[in-house]
Design a protein around this ligand. Structure first.
Ligand SMILES: *Cc1c(COP(=O)(O)O)cnc(C)c1O
Length: 400
């Protein structure tokens, strides 16, 4: 695994929170982007190579302490940073603007990834904007075509490999080396650079007053590693005064980092078969495990696990608050609820949960929950549609 190292000494005393804030009133595309607004700390790409869709600039929702959601989570000072508001509906766009811009700088004509989810959707879109060819490798048999529809729509060449995800991954790596195709899977270090900006932007949203905790879902574990990397750079530059603690939440059926954390191990052992309703974090062998272990350690962070039932109940609360997110995002509130109940996170501490994907990414799971059609789940917060006859009397009865 490679990692980008910035020459931070060059920026000491020359970068400030005020300079980043000044860009908020600009109309230039690179200032409006919630990634390139922090461009000194993103890999240097000349402006003519930058491929941007105005990603980032997502809402930080303050959650009222008296609201049902805050009480559910047990947190009095809670914010939700909604990364589902990115152009293709997930935080992957932040990494993709930096990854595809790097591909363009290098003169690459084709980009590729193995993915069945948000990564392929994002890559396909940014490649189309850049005028590049996009190739998406997917394993046969295990296809969630709902999640793939965006990749198809944005025009990516989609190749179904007769094998599992690992086979697809191995082949995409081989083909990329052979054909000079630029690989944009999670192991690409330039993607993490763009993802760092989630942390930069939420600090800016909070007027540079760091929260006590940042809560993120953990799948391939790139996101939490990226947020930590960005914060440690800001800390070096004196812009971040105090390091927030990280809480990484995994699904109990896809929990290799949680198991390592519990055992006090510094090496993450992959699990055989990952299983969870939160498909975006259904990963047994996370690519960025080593980086994540360091991020947890350096921030005095914690790892928690939640069941699919807890995730879907938390999702119902986030959705009903009017904010809404896809299942993987909702492990944050489910995990926060457990961590406040255990006293690990105190009710008066300032907490930001990262909602990673849009509520429309997985409408199936949402509709099934509310219709109580999810097998093996109870649905205490279900809001089922009511059938009624087409008469005024029947309608009056239905709406009261
Ligand atoms: C990719 C993704 C995740 C997992 O992030 P990692 O960096 O792989 O840990 C979580 N939620 C959503 C919606 C995602 O698309």
């Amino acid at each position: 695994m490679l990692e980008v190292r910035h020459d931070l000494a060059r920026w000491v005393g020359r970068l400030s929170a005020a300079a980043f804030d000044a860009r908020l009133s600009s109309k230039r595309a690179v200032d409006r982007s919630g990634v390139w607004r922090f461009r000194e700390l993103i890999p240097p790409v000349e402006e003519r190579f930058i491929v941007t869709r105005g990603e980032g600039a997502t809402t930080l929702y303050p959650i009222d302490a008296d609201s049902a959601l805050a009480r559910f989570a047990g947190a009095h000072h809670l914010w939700l940073k909604h990364e589902g508001e990115n152009p293709t509906g997930s935080f992957k766009d932040r990494g993709m603007t930096s990854g595809v811009s790097t591909a363009k700088r290098l003169g690459m004509a084709t980009v590729a990834c193995a993915s069945t989810g948000n990564t392929s959707a994002s890559m396909a879109s940014y490649a189309a904007i850049a005028g590049m060819r996009a190739i998406v490798f997917i394993p046969e048999g295990n296809i969630a075509f709902g999640k793939l529809s965006q990749a198809l729509a944005y025009g990516a060449r989609t190749v179904q490999i007769a094998g599992d995800f690992d086979a697809a991954m191995r082949l995409v790596e081989e083909v990329s080396v052979r054909e000079g195709i630029y690989l944009l899977n999670s192991l690409n270090p330039f993607r993490l650079e763009g993802q760092k900006a989630i942390g930069f932007e939420l600090l800016q949203d909070l007027d540079w007053e760091p929260p006590d905790w940042i809560v993120v879902p953990g799948g391939n574990l790139g996101n939490n590693s990226a947020i930590y990397k960005g914060f440690s750079e800001l800390h070096c530059l004196g812009i971040l005064k105090r390091m927030p603690r990280l809480a990484v939440i995994q699904a109990s059926g896809a929990n290799p980092l949680y198991r390592a954390f519990r055992a006090g191990a510094s090496v993450v052992t992959p699990i055989e078969k990952a299983e969870t309703i939160a498909t975006a974090i259904k990963i047994g062998n996370p690519v960025s495990a080593a980086k994540s272990v360091r991020a947890i350690k350096e921030t005095r962070g914690v790892v928690e696990e939640v069941t699919d039932q807890e995730t879907m109940d938390a999702k119902a609360m986030i959705d009903a608050a009017g904010v809404g997110a896809e299942p993987a995002s909702c492990v944050t509130i489910a995990g926060l609820k457990k961590l406040t109940a255990a006293g690990t996170i105190k009710p008066e501490e300032r907490v930001v949960c990262i909602l990673t994907g849009h509520v429309l990414k997985d409408p199936d799971a949402t509709a099934k929950y509310h219709r109580s059609e999810l097998t093996g789940f109870t649905t205490p917060h279900a809001n089922a549609p009511v059938r009624c006859e087409a008469t005024l009397d029947a309608v009056m009865r239905a709406i009261c």
